[in-house]
Design a protein. Structure first.
Length: 741
C-alpha cells in the first residue's frame, strides 16, 4: 500500500487527496510531431478551445523524429500523437512508431499518422505491425475532422488507461482486503477499511463505519428505525463524536436515511453527497460504511469498490467473531464485569499502569445458595447484579472489579492499599433488589503485591487470595483473611497428602477399625461402625478427620468408600460369628455418583453377604438439596440397606427437610452429648431432638458417649443405643472378635 499518495494519521484517517485538487486542471496531452511548422499552428488553431469529457487539450511539439522521441520520453502521459511520416527520412515517422512501442513501451498512446499526400499511406500490414491507430492526410486539418479523430483516439486511450488502472486496482483491492482479514479487533479492522477505501479510490472524504452487534438478528430488529443494534466502530475526524454510539445518534437526516436504506435493501447506495457501502458476512453480521462528500467514482472504480467490499466482508466476519468470542471469554454476561479469564488477562496491565502497592480482595457472598433456594434463581441473579453495581460504584475506575464465578467477586485496588476492614465496611452497606434493601454477609480473602515487583503474576495473586478465602470460610465465615505464605505450605501439604492417599490405596496402607454400638439397657453389642485407618509409611497413623475431607474434595473418597465396603465384606466373610449389623460411612461425593451403586453391587456379587448385616451412614450435608443424592439413597434403601443419618444436628439443614429423608436410624452428633452433664441448655437441646426422633418413630443412636454420668443421663432420657469410648474405642477386627461379639 506504500504507493498511495495519502497521509494517514495513525488513529484517525485524514483523507488527503492530491489528485482531487488537480483533477479540475486535468488535460489531455497531444504530441504534435511534424517538421512542417505550419502544421503545428494549423492543428492548434483547429482544435483551439476543444474539450473532451470536460477536459481541455494540451499540446506539446517536436519538429523531427529524433526530437519527437525525446518529447515522448519526457511526456509519458501523452494520450495522442499526431505524427508526420516523412521527416528526416521518408520513413522517419514509421521508424519512430516502432521505437515508441518497443523502446518507450508506450502501448496506450494513440498514434495518428499524417502524410502530405494520400499516396504515402502506409500498407495495412504496417499499420497493424506498429499498432498505428489512425491515418490522416494533412489536408484533413479542419476542426470537425480532426476533432472526431482526436476524440476517438482519446476515448480509446482513456479506456486503455482505465483497464490498466482496474487491473492495478484489482490487485490493490485484493491485497488491501487480505491485509484487513488478519485484523482481529473490530475497531482496527473498521479503521483499516476506511483508510483503504480512501487510499484505493482516492476519495477525499469523511466516513463512518458501523456494524450490527449480533449476528443474524431477526428481520424485525434489522428494520427497526432506531438502529440500536448497529454501533459506530470507526470514524474520521468529522464524525468522531459518533464513535461507539448507536446509529440513531447520526445528526444529519440524509446520512441516517442513506444508512437505513442500505440496511433495508442490503445494498450499497451512491448518491450525490453520500455513499453508503453495505457489507454482510456469512454469519449475517452487517456493516455499513458511510462516506460523505462530493466525489465521483467512475464505473470501474465503483465496480472495484464492490469487489473490495465483498472481500472485506470476510475480514468483518473474522473481526466480529473474534470480538464476540473475546467478549464471551473475558466478560461476565450477567453483570458485565470481567470474568475470571478477563481479570487474569487484564490484571497485569492494570498493575503495571499503577506502579503502586496493590491489594486483591476476593469476596464470597455468605449462604448465597440459601438465597437461591429460598427466593429463586432469578432473584439470585438480581442480587448478583446489585452487588456488582455496588462494587463498581464503591471503587474508582482505576480499580478492577470482576466476577470470578457464581457468587464470588474479585476487586483489585490498584491506587493504594486498603485494609480488609475497609472492604468489609463497604460491603456491609445494604444493597437494593426489587425496591427492598438487603444486608448480605460476605467472607473475604485478600492478597497483596508490592510496588515495583517485577514479576507480576495475576494468576498467583488470585490463587493466594483464593487460598485465604478458603481458610476464612473454614475459620472465620463472615469476616476476612489475608493470605500468608504459611497457607501455601498448608495447601502444598494437602496436595502431597492426596498423592499419598492414591498410593496408599494400592499399597494396602488402609485398614479397618470397628467400633461397637451398645444397648444402654443391657450393655449388649447391637451393631458396629466401620472406621477407616491409614498407616502412612513415613508419617505414621493419620486420622480420617485429616484425610477424608481432602479425599472428598478431590473425588477420591469414591474409591476410599468402595475400598472400605470391600474390607467390611471381607471382615464379615472372615468372621462369620459377627451377627450384628455393621455400618459403613458413605461420603457426599460417592452418593452423588450413579456408579457408586453399581460399584457396591459388584462387590456384593464378588463377596456375597447378608444385606441385613449392612447399614450405610450418610451425613445430612451430603444430602443438602441434591436430588441425585436423594434418588440414589432411596435406591440403596430399596435394595435392602438400612440407612442411618449421621451427625444429626451438626449441619445446616432444617429439621423439616431432614425428617422427610428416606432414613431408618438417626445418629445424634456427639457435639450434643459433650456438655449435657454440665450445661442445662445443651441438655434441653438434646431433649428436644430426642423428642422429635421418637415422635417420628426413628431408631436413635447417640454417639460420643464417654462418661458414666452421660450414660446415666441418657438412660434416664430413654436413649436405647449408644456409641462411644465409655463402652468401646474403635478396635481392630481381631480385638473385636475377642472382646465384643
Ligand atoms: P463419624 O462418622 O462421626 O465417626 C465417629 C467418630 O467419632 C470416629 O472418629 C470415632 O473414632 C469417634 N468416636 C467414637 N466414640 C467417641 C467418643 O466417645 N468420643 C469422641 N470424642 N469421639 C468418639 P474417626 O474414626 O476419627 O472418624 C472421624 C470421621 O471420619 C468420621 O466421623 C467419619 O465422618 C469419617 N470417617 C471415618 N471412617 C470413614 C470411612 O470409612 N468412610 C468415610 N466416608 N468416612 C469415614
Ligand atoms: Ca459415622
Ligand atoms: Ca457421627
Amino acid at each position: 500500500m506504500s504507493d498511495f499518495k495519502l497521509n494517514i494519521r495513525d488513529d484517525m484517517m485524514d483523507f488527503l487527496d492530491e489528485d482531487s485538487n488537480d483533477s479540475a486542471k486535468k488535460t489531455w496531452k497531444i504530441a504534435v510531431i511534424d517538421d512542417d511548422e505550419s502544421v503545428h499552428d494549423a492543428t492548434k488553431l483547429a482544435l483551439r478551445n476543444s474539450t473532451f469529457k470536460g477536459n481541455g487539450l494540451e499540446f506539446v511539439s517536436a519538429y523531427s523524429a529524433v526530437e519527437g522521441f525525446e518529447l515522448l520520453k519526457s511526456n509519458p502521459d501523452c494520450a495522442v500523437t499526431l505524427l508526420d511520416v516523412v521527416m528526416e527520412t521518408p520513413t522517419a515517422g514509421l521508424d519512430l512508431v516502432e521505437r515508441i512501442r518497443s523502446e518507450l513501451n508506450m502501448h496506450n498512446i494513440q498514434i495518428i499518422l499524417r502524410t502530405g499526400q494520400p499516396g504515402y499511406a502506409p500498407e495495412e500490414e504496417v499499420i497493424e505491425k506498429y499498432e498505428i491507430n489512425d491515418y490522416k492526410t494533412k489536408n484533413e486539418l479542419t476542426h470537425s475532422k480532426l476533432f472526431a479523430s482526436i476524440a476517438s483516439a482519446i476515448r480509446a486511450y482513456s479506456h486503455l488507461i482505465a483497464l490498466e488502472e482496474s487491473k492495478e486496482g484489482l490487485r490493490n483491492v485484493i491485497d488491501a482486503a487480505s491485509n484487513l482479514i488478519k485484523e482481529r479487533s473490530i475497531h482496527e479492522f473498521a479503521n483499516g477499511v476506511l483508510r483503504q477505501i480512501s487510499a484505493l479510490f482516492s476519495i477525499s472524504t469523511q466516513g463512518i463505519f458501523c456494524v450490527s452487534q449480533n449476528p443474524g438478528r431477526g428481520l424485525q430488529e434489522m428494520i427497526s428505525k432506531e438502529g440500536n443494534s448497529y454501533t459506530v466502530v470507526a470514524t474520521s475526524s468529522k464524525y468522531a463524536y459518533l464513535y461507539g454510539k448507536a446509529l440513531d445518534q447520526i445528526k444529519d437526516e440524509r446520512e441516517i436515511d442513506i444508512v437505513m436504506q442500505a440496511i433495508l435493501d442490503k445494498s450499497s447506495h451512491f448518491e450525490d453527497h453520500h455513499t453508503a457501502i453495505y457489507l454482510s458476512t456469512p454469519a449475517c453480521w452487517e456493516g455499513v460504511i458511510v462516506l460523505d462528500g462530493r466525489f465521483e467514482l467512475n464505473d470501474v472504480q465503483k465496480e472495484l469498490l464492490q469487489v473490495f467490499c465483498q472481500n472485506v466482508s470476510l475480514g468483518l466476519e473474522n473481526a466480529k467473531f473474534f470480538s464476540h468470542l473475546n467478549r464471551a471469554a473475558y466478560f461476565d454476561n450477567l453483570t458485565g464485569l470481567y470474568s475470571r479469564s478477563g481479570f487474569i488477562f487484564n490484571v497485569g496491565t492494570y498493575y503495571r499502569h499503577c506502579k503502586q502497592n496493590a491489594s486483591l480482595f476476593i469476596v464470597d457472598i455468605d449462604y448465597f445458595h440459601d438465597i437461591i433456594e429460598g427466593l429463586g434463581y432469578e432473584f439470585g441473579n438480581r442480587v448478583l447484579v446489585a452487588v456488582a453495581t455496588a462494587l463498581t460504584q464503591s471503587f474508582s475506575e482505576y480499580d478492577m472489579v470482576a466476577r470470578l464465578h457464581s457468587d464470588v467477586f474479585a476487586i483489585l485496588v490498584s491506587d493504594n492499599r486498603r485494609s480488609l476492614k475497609e472492604i468489609g465496611k463497604i460491603l456491609s452497606k445494604p444493597i437494593y433488589v426489587d425496591g427492598s434493601s438487603y444486608r448480605l454477609g460476605f467472607t473475604i480473602g485478600a492478597s497483596e503485591i508490592d510496588a515495583g515487583e517485577e514479576l507480576f503474576d495475576g494468576e498467583s495473586l488470585l490463587r493466594q487470595a483464593e487460598i485465604a478465602l478458603k481458610i476464612a470460610k473454614e475459620q472465620t465465615r463472615g469476616a476476612g483473611m489475608k493470605f500468608s505464605s504459611k497457607f501455601e505450605e498448608h495447601n502444598r501439604k494437602r496436595l502431597n497428602l492426596l498423592g499419598d492417599v492414591r498410593h496408599g490405596l494400592v499399597s494396602s496402607e488402609f485398614f479397618l477399625n470397628i467400633q461397637p454400638k451398645v444397648s444402654m439397657n443391657t450393655g449388649d453389642v447391637v451393631g458396629y461402625e466401620a472406621l477407616l485407618r491409614w498407616r502412612h509409611p513415613e508419617k505414621g497413623l493419620i486420622s480420617p478427620g485429616e484425610f477424608i475431607p481432602i479425599a472428598e474434595k478431590s473425588g477420591l473418597s469414591f474409591d476410599l468408600d468402595l475400598h472400605v465396603f470391600r474390607l467390611v465384606l471381607q471382615f464379615l466373610r472372615d468372621y462369620p460369628d459377627v451377627a450384628k449389623p455393621i455400618s459403613i460411612n458413605v461420603s457426599a461425593n460417592s452418593l452423588h455418583q450413579a456408579d457408586f451403586i453399581d460399584g457396591i453391587k459388584e462387590i456384593l456379587n464378588e463377596i456375597p453377604t447378608d444385606i441385613n448385616k449392612l447399614q450405610l451412614e450418610i451425613t445430612e450435608n451430603t444430602l443438602i438439596r441434591s436430588d441425585a443424592a436423594i434418588r440414589h439413597l432411596t435406591e440403596l434403601r430399596e435394595f435392602g440397606f438400612t440407612i442411618c443419618l449421621d451427625d444429626f444436628g451438626a449441619g445446616y439443614c432444617s429439621l423439616g427437610y431432614l425428617l422427610k429423608l428416606p432414613v431408618d436410624v438417626i445418629k445424634i452428633d456427639r457435639a450434643f452429648v459433650r456438655n449435657i452433664t454440665a450445661d442445662v441448655e445443651s441438655l434441653h437441646v438434646l431433649k428436644g431432638m430426642l423428642a422429635i426422633c421418637m415422635e417420628l418413630k426413628k431408631e436413635v443412636v447417640v454417639e460420643g458417649v464417654e462418661t458414666l454420668d452421660q450414660v446415666k443421663l441418657l438412660t434416664d432420657l430413654g436413649v436405647e443405643i449408644a456409641q462411644g469410648f465409655y463402652y468401646f474405642v474403635p478396635l481392630l477386627p481381631s480385638e473385636l472378635v475377642e472382646k465384643a461379639l
